[in-house]
Design a protein around this ligand. Structure first.
Ligand SMILES: Cc1ncc(COP(=O)(O)O)c(C=O)c1O
Length: 447
Protein backbone atom coordinates (compact mmCIF):
# COMPACT_ATOMS: atom_id res chain seq x y z
CA UNK A 1 0.00 0.00 0.00
CA UNK A 2 2.76 2.46 0.93
CA UNK A 3 5.44 3.63 -1.49
CA UNK A 4 9.18 3.38 -0.75
CA UNK A 5 9.60 6.76 -2.47
CA UNK A 6 7.94 8.73 0.27
CA UNK A 7 9.50 9.80 3.56
CA UNK A 8 6.49 9.07 5.78
CA UNK A 9 6.02 10.78 9.09
CA UNK A 10 5.91 7.31 10.64
CA UNK A 11 8.12 4.98 8.59
CA UNK A 12 7.28 1.92 10.70
CA UNK A 13 3.54 1.75 10.27
CA UNK A 14 1.61 0.66 7.22
CA UNK A 15 -0.42 3.63 6.01
CA UNK A 16 -3.96 3.21 4.81
CA UNK A 17 -4.84 5.85 2.23
CA UNK A 18 -7.55 8.38 2.93
CA UNK A 19 -9.48 9.17 -0.21
CA UNK A 20 -12.15 11.66 0.76
CA UNK A 21 -13.67 13.71 3.55
CA UNK A 22 -17.15 14.99 4.31
CA UNK A 23 -18.19 16.95 7.36
CA UNK A 24 -16.59 15.46 10.48
CA UNK A 25 -15.70 12.17 8.76
CA UNK A 26 -12.86 11.04 6.53
CA UNK A 27 -13.00 7.82 4.45
CA UNK A 28 -10.22 5.37 3.60
CA UNK A 29 -9.66 3.49 0.36
CA UNK A 30 -11.63 0.51 1.70
CA UNK A 31 -14.67 2.63 2.50
CA UNK A 32 -14.12 2.68 6.27
CA UNK A 33 -15.11 5.99 7.85
CA UNK A 34 -13.37 7.76 10.72
CA UNK A 35 -14.63 10.51 12.98
CA UNK A 36 -11.92 13.20 12.71
CA UNK A 37 -11.73 14.15 16.38
CA UNK A 38 -8.23 15.55 16.01
CA UNK A 39 -9.18 17.90 13.18
CA UNK A 40 -6.43 16.67 10.87
CA UNK A 41 -2.93 17.00 12.30
CA UNK A 42 -4.32 18.77 15.29
CA UNK A 43 -6.91 21.46 15.21
CA UNK A 44 -6.59 22.22 11.51
CA UNK A 45 -10.17 21.50 10.49
CA UNK A 46 -12.60 24.02 12.03
CA UNK A 47 -15.53 23.72 9.64
CA UNK A 48 -15.26 20.10 8.55
CA UNK A 49 -14.25 18.51 5.27
CA UNK A 50 -15.66 19.16 1.81
CA UNK A 51 -17.58 22.35 2.59
CA UNK A 52 -19.05 23.66 -0.67
CA UNK A 53 -18.71 27.44 -0.22
CA UNK A 54 -14.98 26.98 0.48
CA UNK A 55 -14.49 24.73 -2.53
CA UNK A 56 -16.42 27.21 -4.68
CA UNK A 57 -14.26 30.10 -3.44
CA UNK A 58 -11.16 28.09 -4.22
CA UNK A 59 -12.29 27.25 -7.76
CA UNK A 60 -13.42 30.80 -8.44
CA UNK A 61 -10.07 32.23 -7.34
CA UNK A 62 -8.06 29.55 -9.19
CA UNK A 63 -9.90 30.48 -12.36
CA UNK A 64 -8.86 34.13 -11.90
CA UNK A 65 -5.28 33.79 -10.63
CA UNK A 66 -3.56 31.66 -8.04
CA UNK A 67 -0.21 33.38 -7.71
CA UNK A 68 0.81 37.02 -7.71
CA UNK A 69 4.40 38.34 -7.58
CA UNK A 70 4.00 40.18 -4.31
CA UNK A 71 7.35 42.00 -4.50
CA UNK A 72 5.76 44.27 -7.11
CA UNK A 73 1.97 43.80 -6.91
CA UNK A 74 -0.82 43.21 -4.44
CA UNK A 75 -3.98 41.11 -4.70
CA UNK A 76 -7.57 41.54 -3.57
CA UNK A 77 -8.14 38.29 -1.60
CA UNK A 78 -5.05 38.91 0.56
CA UNK A 79 -6.10 42.52 1.25
CA UNK A 80 -9.66 41.46 2.07
CA UNK A 81 -8.39 38.73 4.36
CA UNK A 82 -6.19 41.22 6.23
CA UNK A 83 -9.24 43.50 6.55
CA UNK A 84 -11.38 40.67 7.92
CA UNK A 85 -8.69 39.60 10.38
CA UNK A 86 -8.48 43.19 11.63
CA UNK A 87 -12.19 42.97 12.56
CA UNK A 88 -11.73 39.94 14.83
CA UNK A 89 -8.45 40.73 16.58
CA UNK A 90 -8.00 42.40 19.98
CA UNK A 91 -7.91 46.19 19.86
CA UNK A 92 -4.72 47.68 18.48
CA UNK A 93 -3.68 44.63 16.45
CA UNK A 94 -4.82 45.37 12.94
CA UNK A 95 -1.91 44.67 10.61
CA UNK A 96 -1.34 41.18 9.25
CA UNK A 97 1.62 39.50 7.54
CA UNK A 98 0.30 36.45 5.69
CA UNK A 99 2.38 33.27 5.57
CA UNK A 100 1.80 29.59 4.87
CA UNK A 101 2.20 27.61 8.10
CA UNK A 102 2.29 27.77 11.86
CA UNK A 103 6.07 27.52 12.00
CA UNK A 104 6.40 30.40 9.55
CA UNK A 105 3.94 32.39 11.65
CA UNK A 106 5.81 31.91 14.94
CA UNK A 107 9.26 32.43 13.40
CA UNK A 108 8.10 35.61 11.70
CA UNK A 109 6.54 36.78 14.96
CA UNK A 110 9.89 36.35 16.69
CA UNK A 111 11.70 38.13 13.85
CA UNK A 112 9.26 41.04 13.85
CA UNK A 113 9.70 41.42 17.63
CA UNK A 114 13.49 41.44 17.27
CA UNK A 115 13.47 43.78 14.29
CA UNK A 116 11.15 46.17 16.11
CA UNK A 117 13.75 46.73 18.85
CA UNK A 118 16.53 46.89 16.26
CA UNK A 119 14.72 49.64 14.33
CA UNK A 120 14.10 51.46 17.58
CA UNK A 121 17.81 51.45 18.34
CA UNK A 122 17.59 48.88 21.18
CA UNK A 123 19.83 46.52 19.24
CA UNK A 124 20.81 44.49 22.31
CA UNK A 125 17.28 43.13 22.77
CA UNK A 126 17.12 39.73 21.08
CA UNK A 127 16.33 36.96 23.58
CA UNK A 128 12.89 35.40 23.53
CA UNK A 129 11.87 33.82 26.82
CA UNK A 130 9.75 30.73 26.42
CA UNK A 131 8.29 27.90 28.49
CA UNK A 132 9.17 24.25 28.82
CA UNK A 133 6.60 21.88 27.34
CA UNK A 134 5.60 24.26 24.61
CA UNK A 135 5.67 23.91 20.83
CA UNK A 136 5.90 26.57 18.14
CA UNK A 137 6.77 24.45 15.12
CA UNK A 138 9.41 22.07 13.78
CA UNK A 139 11.67 24.49 11.87
CA UNK A 140 14.95 25.40 13.54
CA UNK A 141 13.92 28.89 14.64
CA UNK A 142 10.63 27.66 16.04
CA UNK A 143 12.39 24.78 17.82
CA UNK A 144 14.86 27.26 19.34
CA UNK A 145 12.05 29.07 21.13
CA UNK A 146 10.18 25.80 21.70
CA UNK A 147 10.18 23.65 24.80
CA UNK A 148 9.35 20.17 23.56
CA UNK A 149 12.21 17.99 24.79
CA UNK A 150 11.95 15.18 22.22
CA UNK A 151 11.42 17.39 19.18
CA UNK A 152 14.44 19.52 20.13
CA UNK A 153 16.81 16.84 21.40
CA UNK A 154 18.49 15.69 18.16
CA UNK A 155 18.96 19.25 16.91
CA UNK A 156 20.28 20.99 20.03
CA UNK A 157 23.61 21.93 18.40
CA UNK A 158 21.70 23.75 15.64
CA UNK A 159 19.41 25.70 17.96
CA UNK A 160 19.87 29.14 19.44
CA UNK A 161 19.73 28.78 23.19
CA UNK A 162 16.80 30.74 24.63
CA UNK A 163 15.79 31.04 28.30
CA UNK A 164 12.97 28.70 29.35
CA UNK A 165 10.63 29.10 32.32
CA UNK A 166 8.35 26.42 33.86
CA UNK A 167 5.01 25.76 32.21
CA UNK A 168 1.68 26.86 33.71
CA UNK A 169 0.65 23.33 34.61
CA UNK A 170 -1.60 23.17 37.68
CA UNK A 171 -2.01 19.38 37.59
CA UNK A 172 1.76 19.03 38.04
CA UNK A 173 2.83 22.35 39.49
CA UNK A 174 6.62 22.77 39.21
CA UNK A 175 6.51 24.79 42.43
CA UNK A 176 4.64 22.01 44.33
CA UNK A 177 1.84 24.42 45.15
CA UNK A 178 -1.87 24.32 44.65
CA UNK A 179 -4.07 26.95 43.04
CA UNK A 180 -5.36 29.36 44.36
CA UNK A 181 -2.78 29.42 47.20
CA UNK A 182 0.19 29.48 44.86
CA UNK A 183 0.84 33.20 44.18
CA UNK A 184 0.85 32.16 40.49
CA UNK A 185 4.58 31.47 40.79
CA UNK A 186 4.65 30.09 37.24
CA UNK A 187 3.82 33.60 35.96
CA UNK A 188 5.90 35.69 38.37
CA UNK A 189 8.91 33.48 37.58
CA UNK A 190 9.11 35.31 34.26
CA UNK A 191 10.23 38.46 36.06
CA UNK A 192 13.06 36.61 37.82
CA UNK A 193 14.36 35.31 34.50
CA UNK A 194 14.03 38.69 32.76
CA UNK A 195 16.12 40.27 35.51
CA UNK A 196 18.72 37.50 35.37
CA UNK A 197 19.02 37.65 31.59
CA UNK A 198 19.00 41.45 31.64
CA UNK A 199 15.93 43.33 30.34
CA UNK A 200 18.20 45.15 27.89
CA UNK A 201 18.82 41.75 26.21
CA UNK A 202 15.28 40.40 26.25
CA UNK A 203 12.99 41.12 23.30
CA UNK A 204 9.96 39.10 24.25
CA UNK A 205 8.02 36.24 25.74
CA UNK A 206 6.21 33.61 23.67
CA UNK A 207 3.46 31.27 24.83
CA UNK A 208 0.53 29.25 23.54
CA UNK A 209 -2.36 30.69 25.60
CA UNK A 210 -3.69 27.13 25.86
CA UNK A 211 -0.94 24.61 25.21
CA UNK A 212 -1.64 22.10 22.46
CA UNK A 213 0.49 19.16 21.41
CA UNK A 214 3.01 19.12 24.27
CA UNK A 215 0.78 18.95 27.34
CA UNK A 216 -2.73 18.45 26.01
CA UNK A 217 -4.74 21.63 26.56
CA UNK A 218 -3.21 22.84 29.84
CA UNK A 219 -4.99 26.08 30.68
CA UNK A 220 -3.48 28.61 33.10
CA UNK A 221 -5.58 30.19 35.88
CA UNK A 222 -7.30 33.54 35.33
CA UNK A 223 -4.48 35.55 36.93
CA UNK A 224 -1.73 34.10 34.73
CA UNK A 225 -1.76 36.21 31.54
CA UNK A 226 -2.58 39.51 33.27
CA UNK A 227 0.60 38.97 35.32
CA UNK A 228 2.58 38.06 32.19
CA UNK A 229 1.26 41.21 30.48
CA UNK A 230 2.26 43.35 33.43
CA UNK A 231 5.81 41.96 33.43
CA UNK A 232 6.11 42.43 29.67
CA UNK A 233 5.01 46.05 30.04
CA UNK A 234 7.33 46.69 32.98
CA UNK A 235 10.41 45.43 31.14
CA UNK A 236 9.46 46.52 27.62
CA UNK A 237 9.00 43.02 26.16
CA UNK A 238 6.91 41.93 23.21
CA UNK A 239 4.31 39.37 24.27
CA UNK A 240 3.78 36.88 21.43
CA UNK A 241 0.68 34.68 21.66
CA UNK A 242 0.94 31.53 19.57
CA UNK A 243 -2.65 30.96 18.52
CA UNK A 244 -1.73 28.51 15.76
CA UNK A 245 -3.78 25.81 17.40
CA UNK A 246 -6.04 27.57 19.91
CA UNK A 247 -6.95 30.52 17.67
CA UNK A 248 -9.71 31.14 15.09
CA UNK A 249 -12.54 30.31 17.46
CA UNK A 250 -11.62 26.88 18.75
CA UNK A 251 -11.81 27.77 22.45
CA UNK A 252 -15.04 29.75 22.22
CA UNK A 253 -13.49 33.12 21.34
CA UNK A 254 -11.73 34.17 18.15
CA UNK A 255 -8.44 34.09 20.06
CA UNK A 256 -7.87 32.10 23.24
CA UNK A 257 -5.94 34.92 24.96
CA UNK A 258 -9.23 36.87 25.07
CA UNK A 259 -10.41 34.54 27.86
CA UNK A 260 -7.89 36.36 30.06
CA UNK A 261 -8.88 39.84 28.81
CA UNK A 262 -5.30 40.37 27.79
CA UNK A 263 -4.01 41.86 24.58
CA UNK A 264 -0.73 40.43 23.29
CA UNK A 265 1.62 42.42 21.02
CA UNK A 266 1.78 39.83 18.28
CA UNK A 267 -0.55 36.94 17.47
CA UNK A 268 0.76 34.08 15.36
CA UNK A 269 -2.00 31.93 13.93
CA UNK A 270 -2.45 29.28 11.21
CA UNK A 271 -4.21 25.87 11.08
CA UNK A 272 -7.86 26.93 11.47
CA UNK A 273 -7.32 29.98 9.25
CA UNK A 274 -6.74 27.78 6.20
CA UNK A 275 -9.25 25.30 7.56
CA UNK A 276 -7.23 22.34 6.28
CA UNK A 277 -8.09 23.40 2.72
CA UNK A 278 -4.89 25.33 2.17
CA UNK A 279 -1.61 26.08 3.96
CA UNK A 280 -2.14 29.51 5.53
CA UNK A 281 -0.83 31.41 8.52
CA UNK A 282 -0.87 34.98 9.82
CA UNK A 283 1.23 37.22 12.03
CA UNK A 284 -0.97 39.96 13.46
CA UNK A 285 1.01 42.83 14.88
CA UNK A 286 0.33 45.66 17.31
CA UNK A 287 0.00 48.98 15.51
CA UNK A 288 2.71 50.67 17.59
CA UNK A 289 5.20 48.05 16.33
CA UNK A 290 4.14 48.64 12.74
CA UNK A 291 4.41 52.42 13.31
CA UNK A 292 8.05 51.93 14.34
CA UNK A 293 8.75 50.14 11.04
CA UNK A 294 7.10 53.06 9.22
CA UNK A 295 9.03 55.62 11.22
CA UNK A 296 12.37 54.02 10.47
CA UNK A 297 11.35 53.41 6.86
CA UNK A 298 12.09 49.71 7.22
CA UNK A 299 10.35 46.71 5.77
CA UNK A 300 10.16 43.30 7.39
CA UNK A 301 13.42 41.60 6.49
CA UNK A 302 11.97 38.34 5.30
CA UNK A 303 9.28 37.17 2.93
CA UNK A 304 8.45 33.76 1.55
CA UNK A 305 7.47 32.71 -1.97
CA UNK A 306 3.86 32.13 -0.94
CA UNK A 307 3.37 35.12 1.38
CA UNK A 308 -0.10 36.63 0.83
CA UNK A 309 -0.95 34.02 -1.79
CA UNK A 310 -4.29 34.91 -3.44
CA UNK A 311 -5.61 31.36 -3.64
CA UNK A 312 -4.91 30.61 0.03
CA UNK A 313 -6.27 34.02 1.00
CA UNK A 314 -9.54 33.39 -0.86
CA UNK A 315 -9.87 30.14 1.08
CA UNK A 316 -9.09 31.88 4.38
CA UNK A 317 -11.79 34.45 3.66
CA UNK A 318 -14.32 31.72 2.93
CA UNK A 319 -13.39 29.93 6.18
CA UNK A 320 -13.83 33.08 8.31
CA UNK A 321 -17.13 33.83 6.60
CA UNK A 322 -18.40 30.29 7.18
CA UNK A 323 -17.45 30.37 10.86
CA UNK A 324 -19.22 33.72 11.33
CA UNK A 325 -22.34 32.97 9.29
CA UNK A 326 -22.91 29.65 11.06
CA UNK A 327 -22.18 30.93 14.60
CA UNK A 328 -19.57 28.22 14.96
CA UNK A 329 -17.66 29.91 17.78
CA UNK A 330 -20.68 29.71 20.06
CA UNK A 331 -21.07 26.08 18.98
CA UNK A 332 -17.48 25.45 20.08
CA UNK A 333 -18.30 26.58 23.60
CA UNK A 334 -21.52 24.61 23.75
CA UNK A 335 -20.11 21.39 22.31
CA UNK A 336 -16.89 21.84 24.29
CA UNK A 337 -18.86 21.96 27.54
CA UNK A 338 -20.69 18.81 26.55
CA UNK A 339 -17.46 17.00 25.62
CA UNK A 340 -15.80 18.02 28.87
CA UNK A 341 -18.80 16.77 30.85
CA UNK A 342 -18.73 13.40 29.06
CA UNK A 343 -14.97 13.06 29.58
CA UNK A 344 -15.24 13.98 33.25
CA UNK A 345 -17.78 11.16 33.62
CA UNK A 346 -15.32 8.87 31.86
CA UNK A 347 -12.60 9.99 34.25
CA UNK A 348 -14.64 8.72 37.20
CA UNK A 349 -14.82 5.25 35.62
CA UNK A 350 -11.21 4.98 34.55
CA UNK A 351 -8.24 4.67 36.90
CA UNK A 352 -5.81 5.89 34.21
CA UNK A 353 -7.57 9.16 33.31
CA UNK A 354 -5.81 11.55 35.67
CA UNK A 355 -6.99 14.89 34.35
CA UNK A 356 -9.46 16.41 31.90
CA UNK A 357 -8.74 20.02 30.87
CA UNK A 358 -9.06 22.65 28.17
CA UNK A 359 -11.62 25.04 26.76
CA UNK A 360 -14.15 24.84 23.96
CA UNK A 361 -13.21 22.18 21.46
CA UNK A 362 -9.62 21.93 22.62
CA UNK A 363 -9.69 19.29 25.35
CA UNK A 364 -6.90 17.15 26.75
CA UNK A 365 -6.94 14.05 28.90
CA UNK A 366 -3.82 13.07 30.80
CA UNK A 367 -3.20 9.36 31.27
CA UNK A 368 -1.49 8.17 34.47
CA UNK A 369 -0.48 4.87 35.99
CA UNK A 370 -1.81 5.90 39.40
CA UNK A 371 -4.48 8.53 39.78
CA UNK A 372 -3.69 9.25 43.45
CA UNK A 373 0.06 9.75 43.07
CA UNK A 374 -0.20 10.98 39.43
CA UNK A 375 2.66 8.61 38.59
CA UNK A 376 3.08 8.60 34.82
CA UNK A 377 3.60 5.50 32.69
CA UNK A 378 7.12 4.71 31.46
CA UNK A 379 7.70 5.77 27.83
CA UNK A 380 8.13 2.15 26.65
CA UNK A 381 4.51 1.46 27.66
CA UNK A 382 3.45 3.69 24.73
CA UNK A 383 0.12 4.32 26.39
CA UNK A 384 -0.97 7.35 24.37
CA UNK A 385 -0.06 5.53 21.14
CA UNK A 386 -2.06 2.47 22.23
CA UNK A 387 -5.15 4.53 23.07
CA UNK A 388 -4.83 6.24 19.69
CA UNK A 389 -4.48 2.93 17.84
CA UNK A 390 -7.47 1.46 19.69
CA UNK A 391 -9.53 4.54 18.82
CA UNK A 392 -8.49 4.32 15.15
CA UNK A 393 -9.58 0.66 15.07
CA UNK A 394 -12.97 1.89 16.27
CA UNK A 395 -13.13 4.57 13.58
CA UNK A 396 -12.18 7.59 15.69
CA UNK A 397 -9.05 9.71 15.22
CA UNK A 398 -7.44 11.33 18.24
CA UNK A 399 -4.01 12.96 18.72
CA UNK A 400 -1.50 11.38 21.13
CA UNK A 401 1.17 13.27 23.05
CA UNK A 402 4.08 12.12 25.21
CA UNK A 403 6.53 13.79 27.56
CA UNK A 404 3.51 15.49 29.08
CA UNK A 405 4.64 15.31 32.70
CA UNK A 406 8.25 16.49 32.48
CA UNK A 407 9.33 16.40 28.85
CA UNK A 408 10.22 12.69 29.04
CA UNK A 409 7.51 10.92 30.99
CA UNK A 410 3.78 11.24 30.62
CA UNK A 411 1.00 10.65 28.11
CA UNK A 412 -2.03 12.56 26.97
CA UNK A 413 -4.66 12.55 24.28
CA UNK A 414 -5.65 15.84 22.64
CA UNK A 415 -9.12 16.24 21.18
CA UNK A 416 -9.74 19.03 18.68
CA UNK A 417 -12.75 18.03 16.57
CA UNK A 418 -14.31 20.31 13.96
CA UNK A 419 -16.65 23.02 15.29
CA UNK A 420 -19.60 21.37 13.53
CA UNK A 421 -19.65 18.28 15.76
CA UNK A 422 -22.95 17.29 17.32
CA UNK A 423 -23.61 15.63 20.67
CA UNK A 424 -24.03 12.33 18.79
CA UNK A 425 -20.54 12.68 17.30
CA UNK A 426 -19.13 13.47 20.73
CA UNK A 427 -20.90 10.43 22.19
CA UNK A 428 -19.26 8.34 19.45
CA UNK A 429 -15.89 9.81 20.43
CA UNK A 430 -16.44 9.24 24.16
CA UNK A 431 -17.52 5.66 23.59
CA UNK A 432 -14.36 4.90 21.51
CA UNK A 433 -12.18 6.51 24.18
CA UNK A 434 -13.95 4.49 26.86
CA UNK A 435 -13.13 1.21 25.10
CA UNK A 436 -9.62 2.26 24.10
CA UNK A 437 -8.77 3.31 27.65
CA UNK A 438 -10.19 0.05 29.00
CA UNK A 439 -7.96 -1.88 26.60
CA UNK A 440 -4.88 -0.17 28.11
CA UNK A 441 -6.11 -0.82 31.65
CA UNK A 442 -6.55 -4.52 30.88
CA UNK A 443 -3.11 -4.67 29.24
CA UNK A 444 -1.52 -3.12 32.35
CA UNK A 445 -3.72 -4.96 34.88
CA UNK A 446 -5.07 -1.70 36.29
CA UNK A 447 -8.52 -1.42 37.84
C1 LIG B 1 0.90 25.83 18.91
C2 LIG B 1 1.57 25.51 17.61
N1 LIG B 1 2.40 26.41 17.06
C3 LIG B 1 3.01 26.17 15.88
C4 LIG B 1 2.82 25.00 15.21
C5 LIG B 1 3.50 24.76 13.90
O1 LIG B 1 2.59 24.78 12.85
P1 LIG B 1 2.94 24.09 11.45
O2 LIG B 1 2.94 22.63 11.69
O3 LIG B 1 1.83 24.55 10.56
O4 LIG B 1 4.25 24.61 11.02
C6 LIG B 1 1.95 24.03 15.73
C7 LIG B 1 1.73 22.76 15.04
O5 LIG B 1 1.20 21.80 15.54
C8 LIG B 1 1.32 24.29 16.97
O6 LIG B 1 0.49 23.41 17.54
Amino acid sequence: MSTPHMFYRDMFTEHVRIVRGEGVYIYDEFGKKYLDASGGANAAIPIGHGVKPVIDAMIEQARKISFVPMHIFSNEPAEKLADEIAKITPEGLTTTWLVSSGSEATENAVKIARQYYYERGSTGKFKIITRWQSFFGNTLGALSVGGHTFRRSKFIPLLKDMPHIPPAYCYRCWFRKEYPDCDIDCATFLEKVVRQEGPECVAGFIAEPIVGATTGATTPPKEYYPIIREICDKYDLTFIADEVQCGIGRTGKWFAIEHWNVSPDIIATAKGLGGGYTPLGAVITRNSIVEQFMKSKSNIVGGHTSCANPLSSAVGLAILRYITENNLIEKCSEMGNYLKKRLTELQEDHPIIGDVRGMGLMIGIELVKDKKTKEPFQPESKVAATVTRECTKRGVIVYPGTGTADGILGDHILLTPPFIVTKEHLDELTSALDEATRAVEIQHHIG
